[in-house]
Design a protein around this ligand. Structure first.
Ligand code: 0A1
Ligand code: ZN
Length: 882
C-alpha cells in the first residue's frame, strides 16, 4: 500500500539484467508467528553489453524486514547498502560474488496470498508474478533463471515439507523440529519457486514415460479430502500421456507433486515439480462436485502440467510476454479437453465463454493487446485477453499451418529455446522457420487490441456458375490505439447445396475442385474469393469452429439460419446458426418490449427446438447446448445500450413460451433421461445429465405441479451433485417458496463441513435473479461459512452477484453498485488482487443507459477518492474513468 502514484512500466524500456544468479540456496525457518528466510545467491555479472565499472546490484524486495546482508561473507553495515520500500542496493566489488541475506516475514498476517502465507494450518507460497520479492531480496524477473536448493525447517506439527525438484536430505533438530532439503536441477525464474509445509495426507500413483522412466506422482491434501483426489490423479496421467503423444513432450523430474490449498487467488500454479492448486481445481467426488467441476479439474490439472514445457522449460523474457506461456498453454489444454470429451461441445463452451467475456473486455476501458505495451500492476494482466484470446491466436496459427506444420513449429520452438526466457516473436519465428512461412502480418494479433469485425457478402453469377465471397474487415478503436491495420483472419468454410450437402470447392483458376472444406486466409481490408463450377446458388457455412476471434456478419435470412441450424454438417455451425437465430429474435423482441407492445414468438425457433427434441439420433450434449438461449452476458455484449431488465424479461418470456408449447415433447425426453441409472462419470452419462437438467429448467418454467414434484424428487433422490445442484438451482429460481427453503436448508445442513459445496450453495443464491437479490446477498455475507479472507467465498457470493445476477446488480437505484464498491474498499487492504478483479462489472459502465452510467461512475470515483488504494485497484479504476 503506498500513497504516491504508482508507476507505469513499458515493454519498450526492457533491458537485460545487469547480473545473473547461477545458484540460489534458501533456508526457511518456519515458526508460529514468523519465518526467517536465509538466502545465498551465487551471482555473476551479465557480460553482454557490460561497460568498465560494475553497476550497482538492485535487488527487489517488498514488505520485508532485513535482518542481515553480507557480500562475499562480509557482513554489511547500514551505510554499506541502500534500502527503500521496493529495493535493496549493494555495490559489488568483483564480477562474481556471493550475496547472503536474511529476512524476517510474517506469513500468518499475509492476507494478500502472495509470497509465503498461511492457509488454514498450512504454509504455502504463490510467487507468480512478483511474489518472490515478498519472501526475500532477489532479481525477481523471469529472465533471471537460477538453480535452486531449498531447506525447510519446521516443527513436527508440519510433517510434510515440500519444495521444487527432488528431496535430497532430511534430518531432525533439537526441540522436535525437522528439516528437508530439496534440489531442483532445472534453472528457473523465481516465479516458479514453491514451498509447502503442513499436516497433509498423500495420494500416490506412478506414470511410466515414453522413454520408460517411472515418475512418482503425488497429490497432497488435507486428510478429510483424501477420497476426492482420484479424478485429479487420472487427469494428470491422461495429460502426461497426451503431451507425449500430441507434442512429443516427456516429463523431466522423477517426482511430480500437486498440493491443494483452500485459500488461493487463482485456479492453480505451475511451480516446477510442485504445482499448487486452489482446492476447487483438485477435489472432485460425484457426491460433492458437478460434472462441470469435474471437467474444470481435468482442464486445470492438464493446463498446469502442460506448463512444464510451455512455461517452465521455455519461459517468458518479461511479463509483457505472458501470453507466450498462457495463450499457448490454454490452447494446449483446450485441445486436450476436446480430445477427452466431445470436441464440438467443448468448442461451443469455449466460444460461448470467450464471446460473452473476452469480447466485453476487448470493448472496455481495460482493453489491451495479447502482448500489452504497458502496465502498472502485472497481476491485473492475467486477463481473458492474454489467456483466451492468446489461445485463439495460437489456434489460428494451428489452422493456418495445419496440424503437421504446427507440430514442426512447436518442436523447433521447444528445441531451440529449451532453458531460455523468450518472447512471443521467438515463438512466431520458430513457427515461420519450421514452415518456411511469413507471419509478419499475422503478428498484428499480438499488438492490436479490440475484436475485429468481418462483414461478408456474396454474389452468385448463374451464367458463369461462380459464387464470390467478399470480405471486409475493420477493428474499432481501443484505448491508445485509434487506427488498426488488417490482420490475417482464417475463415474455415464450406458451401452447401439445398439438401445441406457440402459442395466441391474450386477456386477460379484451379483445374479441379479440392475438397469440400477450406480455410480462406483473409489478409486485406477487403478481399474477394471466387468459386466456380456451381450450378445453383449455394448457402455458405462460414467461420466454422469459430476459426478466428472476430465478429462476423453475413446477410442470412431467418430461413437460412433455420436451415443451417437443422442441416449444416458442421456441428459447431449448426449451434452457431441456432444461436444467431435466437439472438436476432430476442433483439427484435426487446425493441417490442421496450415499446410496451405484446410479445409474440416466431414459430421458427419453436420448430428448430421441436426438431432437436424429437431426433433421438442426436448427441444429447449437443442438443442441450442448442436448447440454451444466448446468455444474458452475451446479449449485453452485443447490445449498443444494454437494457438488462428487458434482456432478462424477454429471454425468460421466450424460455417460458418454449417450455409451455413444447412441454409435451420435453416430458417424455426428461423421463427417459431420468432413468435412475447408477452414477457414471463417462462423457455419455454427462451428456445425458446435461440434457436432462436443461429440460428440467424449462419444465419448471411451466409452473406446473408436475414440474415442481419432479424437481423436488430429483433433488431428494439424486445420486450425484450434478443432478442435485441442478434441481436446487431450479427451485431457488422458482416461486415455490416452501420447496425452495426446504431444499436450501437441507443442502446447507448436509454439506456444512464441505467448503467447496457451500460455495455452490452461496453462488446459487447470489445469482438468483428474483427480486430482492441484494438483501439476500447481504444476508449471505453474515452466514458463518462466509469469509472475506477466502477468495473462493468472495467469488461465490460477491462475484456471482455482480457478474451473474445482472438484473439485481444493475438495480436502477444503484444499490448494487454501491454494495460492490463498498466490498472492494473493504477488501483492498486485505487482498488487492482479488479486489481489483471484483471491479470488472463496474468497468463496463459504457454499456448502460445514462442514469446507470452516472451511478456506476460515481462508485468508481468514490473508490478512486479513497486513501491508500493498492496499485492493483488504482490501475483498474483510473483506466476505467479515463
Ligand atoms: N500461471 C498460473 C496462474 C496464476 C497467475 C497468477 C497468479 O498470481 C498472481 C497465480 C496463478 C496459470 O496460468 O495457471
Ligand atoms: Zn497458465
Amino acid at each position: 500500500m503506498r500513497t504516491e502514484q504508482p508507476k507505469t512500466i513499458y515493454l519498450k524500456d526492457y533491458q537485460a539484467p545487469e547480473y545473473w544468479i547461477d545458484e540460489t540456496h534458501l533456508t526457511f525457518e518456519l515458526f508460529e508467528d514468523h519465518a526467517l528466510v536465509h538466502s545465498r545467491l551465487n551471482m555473476r555479472r551479465n557480460e553482454q553489453g557490460a561497460g568498465q565499472s560494475l553497476p550497482p546490484l538492485v535487488l527487489d524486495g517488498q514488505l520485508l524486514e532485513l535482518v542481515s546482508v553480507a557480500l562475499d561473507e562480509q557482513l554489511l553495515q547500514a551505510g554499506d547498502y541502500q534500502l527503500d520500500e521496493d529495493t535493496l542496493t549493494l555495490q559489488p566489488a568483483a564480477a562474481a560474488f556471493v550475496v547472503a541475506v536474511t529476512t524476517r516475514i510474517e506469513p500468518q498476517h499475509n492476507t494478500a496470498l502472495e509470497g509465503l502465507y498461511q492457509s488454514g494450518k498450512m504454509f504455502c507460497t504463490q510467487c507468480e508474478a512478483e511474489g518472490f520479492r515478498k519472501i526475500t531480496y532477489y532479481l525477481d524477473r523471469p529472465d533471471v533463471m537460477s538453480r535452486f536448493t531449498t531447506t525447510v525447517i519446521a516443527s513436527r506439527d508440519y510433517p510434510i515439507l515440500l519444495s521444487n525438484g527432488n528431496p535430497v536430505a532430511n534430518g531432525e533438530e533439537k526441540g522436535g523440529r525437522h528439516w528437508v532439503t530439496w534440489e531442483d536441477p532445472f534453472p528457473k525464474p523465481a516465479y516458479l519457486f514453491a514451498l509447502v509445509a503442513g499436516d497433509l495426507c498423500l495420494i500416490q500413483d506412478s506414470f511410466t514415460t515414453m522413454s520408460g522412466r517411472e515418475i512418482d506422482l503425488r497429490i497432497y491434501v488435507e486428510p478429510e479430502n483424501r477420497e476426492q483426489c482420484g479424478h485429479a490423479m487420472d487427469s494428470l496421467k491422461r495429460s502426461m500421456r497426451w503431451d507425449e503423444e500430441v507434442y512429443g513432450r516427456e516429463y523431466d523430474l522423477d517426482i511430480f507433486m500437486i498440493v491443494a490449498v483452500n485459500d488461493f487467488n487463482m485456479g492453480a500454479m505451475e511451480n516446477k515439480g510442485l504445482n499448487i492448486f486452489n482446492s476447487s481445481c483438485v477435489l472432485a467426488h460425484p457426491d460433492t462436485a458437478t460434472d462441470l467441476a469435474f471437467q474444470r479439474v481435468e482442464a486445470v490439472v492438464a493446463h498446469e502440467y502442460f506448463h512444464n514445457w510451455s512455461g517452465n522449460r521455455v519461459t517468458c523474457r518479461d511479463w509483457f510476454q505472458l501470453s507466450l506461456k498462457e495463450g499457448f498453454t490454454v490452447f494446449r489444454d483446450s485441445q486436450f479437453s476436446a480430445d477427452m470429451n466431445s470436441p464440438t461441445v467443448s468448442r461451443i463452451e469455449h466460444v460461448g465463454f470467450l464471446r460473452a467475456n473476452q469480447f466485453a473486455e476487448d470493448a472496455g476501458p481495460m482493453a489491451h493487446p495479447v502482448r500489452p505495451d504497458s502496465f502498472i500492476e502485472i497481476s491485473n494482466f492475467y486477463t481473458l485477453t492474454v489467456y483466451e484470446k492468446g489461445a485463439e491466436v495460437v489456434r489460428m496459427l494451428h489452422t493456418l499451418l495445419g496440424e503437421q506444420g504446427f507440430r514442426q513449429g512447436s518442436d523447433l520452438y521447444f528445441e531451440r529455446h529449451d532453458g531460455q526466457a523468450v518472447t512471443c516473436d521467438d515463438f512466431i519465428k520458430a513457427m515461420e522457420d519450421a514452415n518456411g512461412a511469413d507471419l509478419g502480418q499475422f503478428k498484428r494479433w499480438y499488438s492490436q487490441a479490440g475484436t475485429p469485425r468481418l462483414a461478408v457478402e456474396s454474389r452468385y453469377d448463374a451464367a458463369k456458375g461462380t459464387f464470390s465471397l467478399l470480405f471486409r474487415q475493420s477493428c474499432p478503436p481501443t484505448p491508445g490505439q485509434s487506427e488498426k491495420l488488417p490482420q490475417v483472419i482464417p475463415v474455415r468454410m464450406a458451401l452447401l447445396d439445398r439438401e445441406g450437402k457440402e459442395l466441391p470447392l474450386q477456386f477460379e483458376g484451379e483445374a479441379a475442385p479440392v475438397g469440400t472444406e477450406r480455410v480462406l486466409a483473409v489478409a486485406g481490408a477487403e478481399q474477394v474469393f471466387t468459386f466456380t463450377g456451381l450450378t445453383e446458388e449455394p448457402l455458405p457455412s462460414l467461420l466454422r469452429g469459430f476459426s478466428a476471434p472476430v465478429k462476423m456478419s453475413y446477410p442470412y435470412s431467418r430461413d437460412d439460419r433455420v436451415f443451417l441450424a437443422k442441416n449444416d454438417p458442421d456441428g459447431f455451425n449448426r449451434w452457431e446458426a441456432g444461436q444467431a437465430l435466437a439472438l436476432e429474435m430476442l433483439q427484435g423482441m426487446i425493441g417490442i418490449h421496450q415499446a410496451g407492445r405484446p410479445l409474440l414468438l416466431d414459430q421458427r425457433l419453436r420448430d428448430v427446438f421441436y426438431a432437436l427434441l424429437t431426433d433421438r439420433e442426436l448427441d444429447p450434449a449437443m442438443v442441450a447446448e442448442m436448447l440454451r438461449l444466448p446468455s444474458e452476458a452475451y446479449m449485453v455484449e452485443v447490445s449498443e445500450v444494454a437494457d438488462v431488465d428487458a434482456i432478462h424479461q424477454v429471454r425468460e418470456w421466450v424460455r417460458g413460451e418454449l417450455a409451455n408449447t413444447l412441454a409435451d415433447v420435453m416430458w417424455p425426453l426428461y423421463r427417459d433421461l431420468d432413468d435412475g441409472a447408477a452414477y457414471s462419470p463417462d462423457a455419455g452419462s454427462m451428456a445425458r445429465r446435461s440434457l436432462k437438467n436443461t429440460l428440467l429448467s424449462y419444465l419448471m418454467l411451466t409452473g406446473s405441479q408436475d414440474a415442481v414434484d419432479a424437481c423436488v424428487r430429483q433433488y431428494v433422490e439424486a445420486n450425484n451433485m450434478t443432478d442435485r445442484q441442478a434441481a436446487l438451482v431450479c427451485l431457488v429460481n422458482s416461486d415455490f417458496e416452501k420447496q425452495k427453503q426446504a431444499a436450501l436448508a437441507d443442502f446447507a445442513e448436509r454439506w456444512k463441513d464441505y467448503p467447496l459445496v457451500m460455495d455452490q450453495w452461496f453462488s446459487v443464491q447470489a445469482a438468483c435473479a428474483l427480486p430482492g437479490g441484494l438483501v439476500r446477498v447481504e444476508k449471505l455475507l453474515e452466514h458463518p461459512a462466509f469469509s472475506m479472507r477466502n477468495p473462493n467465498k468472495i467469488r461465490a457470493v460477491i462475484g456471482a452477484f455482480a457478474n451473474q445476477n445482472l438484473v439485481n446488480f444493475h438495480a436502477a437505484d444503484g444499490a448494487g453498485y454501491r454494495f460492490l464498491a463498498e466490498r472492494i474498499l473493504q477488501l483492498d487492504p486485505l487482498n488487492p488482487q482479488v479486489a481489483a478483479r471484483l471491479l470488472t462489472p463496474l468497468t463496463r459502465w459504457r454499456k448502460y443507459d445514462a442514469a446507470r452510467q452516472e451511478l456506476m461512475k460515481a462508485e468508481l470515483a468514490r473508490i478512486m477518492a479513497a486513501s491508500s488504494l493498492s496499485p492493483d485497484v488504482y490501475e483498474v479504476v483510473s483506466k476505467s474513468l479515463a
